[in-house]
Design a protein around this ligand. Structure first.
Ligand SMILES: [Zn+2]
Length: 325
């Protein structure tokens, strides 16, 4: 079996960033919105990072109602299924849906319905704060999140511009989520260096880090992450497309893995980065010589770090092991 066909667990996937271009083009056509400048030949187009953000924003404006989000979740999970993903966690951003946080419950309920339509992919949701909107908005987002928990909403995290604000300012928001029993992750160590990772670990106390790859620049930090068992949600294709590393050959995922750091593999915003889970697996096999043993190891790490209950984890592990025998 080619490694790209193995069953996969994905922990780091932004809902809007995973939107299949053909789905968004269809939704835009229904609404009479012209996206021809940003979707060409079934691909999102952009020239550099600022243009990427503009394209992302232009596409996201088409998502207007709870029902649009229901259909989006269904489209994303159908795509995940086609990539051989058996378990995925989707980052949701309550500040991006509707006109205020008061609209959030209706959107989340619609997204649950979208996930119900694709039972073949076990799915959980991670509510996220947007770092560059500041600590007050993060706290309000956490409060809105814990006030309306649904069966799949099991995690809390933070994305956005890592260069803004100190991690410590966001501790109150993370405390609210942790006290409500949510699993905790945060983006760090993507554009920020080891200090950003260390601050996030100290103040936000996540069990996982989104990216975290730049920890490699500090051997003591690598040792700490390995010793504490902090799981890295690594997105190699995303890092290369956004210029964190010049090429996959330069990417530290293999060195982190060999150092005993629990690493996993995800796609972040796959159609924007012209990647997919199959492509990530194939690329890692080609560049680092990863075989089934490495992919089995990272998938076990991912399932053990998943924000799901013990019974679901056990069922998934069985499904995974049966498929890999
Ligand atoms: Zn991300």
């Amino acid at each position: 079996m080619p490694v790209a066909d193995l069953p996969k667990t994905e922990l780091h996937l932004h809902l809007e960033g995973a939107a299949p271009p053909e789905f968004m083009a269809g939704l835009a056509a229904e609404k009479g919105v012209d996206l021809s400048a940003v979707i060409e030949d079934g691909m999102y187009v952009y020239t550099d990072f600022p243009h990427f953000l503009q394209t992302y924003e232009a596409v996201s404006t088409v998502l207007q109602t709870p029902d649009d989000y229901r259909r989006l979740v269904e489209a994303v999970l159908r795509h995940s299924k086609s990539e051989g993903v058996i378990y995925t966690e989707l980052f949701l951003a309550p500040t991006l849906t509707g006109t205020s946080l008061a609209d959030w419950p209706a959107y989340l309920d619609a997204m649950e319905a979208g996930a119900d339509a694709v039972p073949e992919v076990e799915c959980r949701f991670i509510s996220t704060a947007v770092r560059h909107l500041g600590a007050d908005m993060a706290r309000e987002t956490a409060e809105a999140t814990v006030a309306h928990l649904t069966p799949r909403l099991t995690g809390w995290g933070m994305g956005g511009n890592e260069a803004l604000f100190s991690a410590a300012e966001f501790a109150p928001a993370f405390d609210i989520a942790r006290e409500a029993g949510l699993g905790i992750t945060t983006h760090a160590g993507e554009f920020g260096g080891p200090e950003s990772v260390r601050e996030s670990l100290d103040h936000l106390r996540p069990t996982r880090l989104g990216h975290g790859v730049r920890a490699i620049e500090d051997p003591a930090l690598v040792d700490r992450i390995a010793a504490e068992g902090i799981v890295l949600e690594v997105n190699p294709g995303s890092n290369v497309m956004l210029g964190v590393y010049a090429s996959l050959d330069d990417h530290p995922i293999d060195r982190l893995f060999r150092s005993g750091v629990p690493v996993t593999v995800s796609t972040d915003d796959p159609p924007y980065f012209h990647t997919s889970m199959r492509k990530e697996y194939a690329d890692l096999a080609r560049v680092f010589g990863w075989t089934r043993a490495e992919f089995d190891a990272i998938n076990r790490v991912a399932l053990n770090a998943a924000f799901c209950d013990a019974a679901t984890r056990a069922r998934l592990m069985t499904r995974f092991e049966e498929a890999t025998v």
